[in-house]
Design a protein around this ligand. Structure first.
Ligand SMILES: Nc1nc2c(c(=O)[nH]1)N[C@H]1C(S)=C(S)[C@@H](COP(=O)(O)O)O[C@H]1N2
Ligand SMILES: [Mo]
Length: 439
């Protein structure tokens, strides 16, 4: 969109003294909880100048809302095998997210799938000698499988699943949460081929007292200490026994790429991406909640009951995240474009939920005052995302935001701005917003 210099000014104003910037733009400090505060005239003029456009629906903007046109800049580096447009958050370990307009494909190509590594991928991998060990208190007997044994002994299945990091959207929380500052791009929908976890567990035998299935991978802790694991998470036994949980060796019809877990990966759709263990070497059938790295403390936990932003939450009031919430992403148009008033504007994107099928998506171009519904496609299978397409007409010149809001079959919809604050910044399923300037 127009003037990069003015964007920069607003961003640096916020970076220098966020409260002073809010007072200047919004008249007084905005209460982060109630979002009270109104855009004053000077603030409206400053925002308009930075955007290079007036804001026809300014009176509907919630207090303190920053136009999405000001969202962060792109990092310069590239990762081999990845689209150069991915935004790199870290290079050790590698973490990179995908801008929304690069997620327009119904099936996310490997080159555009986000990467979330907690440690360092294994240096050498030999699929011929790779083994998967299965044990734990609640395994009837310990067992081992080579890749060839998995392929020959069990029926193969192919599904498309959304893979989303639980921290996707973390960057929007206030007070801010530590960790990778994902914006909207730690998500994709890819196709996996492998065998059912439940078939393999049945072959090994699972005792009645089984509670959880945990995983271990061959990646290395950042410290290099072989006794420490970068991550070892798991899922409740009932989830592990669902049809769609796979032990997979193929992604989008090719061997799983090195960064995504070659040669073998656990795939648990509908749950945080962290449950889908890469470089899979071991499964543990546990008689208790798995206690591997990032299962304990506040990792992948949210307050069991809603809390005020910034609250200290006692450990016993934090609950493990299970299924992922209703969400959607506008993948066309790209945020920041100019669009001619003479033409209707086509909107496309995807919607998904770990808790049920999406039954409706609506769009707003007036900061949530009014909504129109759009066409919605069927998922390829359970836990795949669904395409939505719609058309909007912008009434006059100026700055607009298109907001998308999905609802699932249980009536669970996305919050318009931010869902409940939590200490680690998980599960931000706020409506996705893209900036459009009508000219
Ligand atoms: N072994 C291993 N598995 C892992 C991770 C990891 O660091 N090591 N990261 C997890 C997290 S937090 C996420 S969100 C997904 C990311 O998958 P991707 O990098 O293939 O997109 O993998 C999960 N599985
Ligand atoms: Mo993650």
């Amino acid at each position: 969109m127009s003037d990069e210099g003015n964007h920069q000014k607003i961003r640096s104003l916020y970076a220098a003294d966020a409260e002073a910037a809010e007072r200047a733009l919004w008249g007084r400090r905005v209460d982060p909880f109630t979002r009270r505060g109104f855009l004053n005239r000077a603030g409206l003029a400053a925002l308009g100048a930075a955007l290079g456009a007036t804001i026809p629906f300014a009176e509907n903007m919630p207090g303190g809302l920053m136009p999405i046109a000001f969202a962060g800049p792109k990092a310069p580096q590239e990762i081999p095998g990845k689209h150069p447009g991915l935004r790199i958050l870290n290079d050790r370990p590698i973490n990179a997210e995908t801008p929304a307009h690069l997620l327009d494909d119904l099936l996310t190509p490997a080159s555009k799938l986000f990467v979330r590594n907690n440690g360092l991928p294994p240096a050498t991998v030999d699929p011929k000698t790779w083994t998967l060990a299965i044990d734990g208190e609640s395994a009837v007997k310990a067992a081992q499988f080579t890749l060839a044994e998995l392929r020959s002994r069990f029926k193969q299945h192919t599904y498309r699943f959304v893979l989303e990091c639980a921290g996707n959207g973390r960057s929007e929380f206030f007070p801010p949460a530590k960790g990778n500052q994902w914006s909207t791009g730690a998500v994709g929908c890819v196709e996996w081929t492998g065998v059912r976890l439940k078939d393999v567990l049945a072959a090994v035998g699972v005792k009645k007292d089984a509670v959880y299935v945990g995983y271990e991978g061959a990646d290395v802790h950042l410290s290099g200490d072989p006794k420490k694991r970068p991550i070892s998470r798991g899922v409740p036994i009932a989830k592990a026994m669902e049809e769609e949980c796979l032990i997979a060796w193929s992604m989008n019809g090719a061997p799983i790429p090195a960064l995504h877990g070659h040669p073998l990966r656990l795939v648990v759709p509908g749950y945080p991406g962290s449950c889908s263990g890469k470089w899979l070497t071991r499964l543990l059938v546990r008689d208790r909640v798995h206690d591997g790295t990032k299962m304990t403390g506040n990792a992948y936990r949210v307050p069991c009951e809603p809390v005020a932003p910034g609250a200290q939450v006692p450990k016993d009031k934090m609950c493990i995240i299970e299924s992922m919430p209703t969400k959607s992403l506008i993948t066309w148009p790209r945020s920041g474009i100019e669009h001619s008033l003479s033409k209707p504007l086509e909107i496309r994107g995807h919607a998904w939920s770990g808790q049920g099928k999406i039954t409706g998506v609506t769009l707003s171009l007036d900061f949530g005052a009014t909504w129109q519904s759009v066409q919605l496609g069927e998922p390829a299978n359970r836990f795949a995302w669904q395409r939505f397409t719609g058309t909007v007409r912008l009434p006059k010149r100026g700055y607009y935001e298109i907001w998308a809001r999905a609802t699932d079959e249980n009536g669970r919809a996305q919050p318009m701005v931010l869902p409940g604050w939590n200490p680690k910044g998980y599960l931000n399923n706020a409506c996705h917003r893209v900036a459009i300037k009508a000219v």
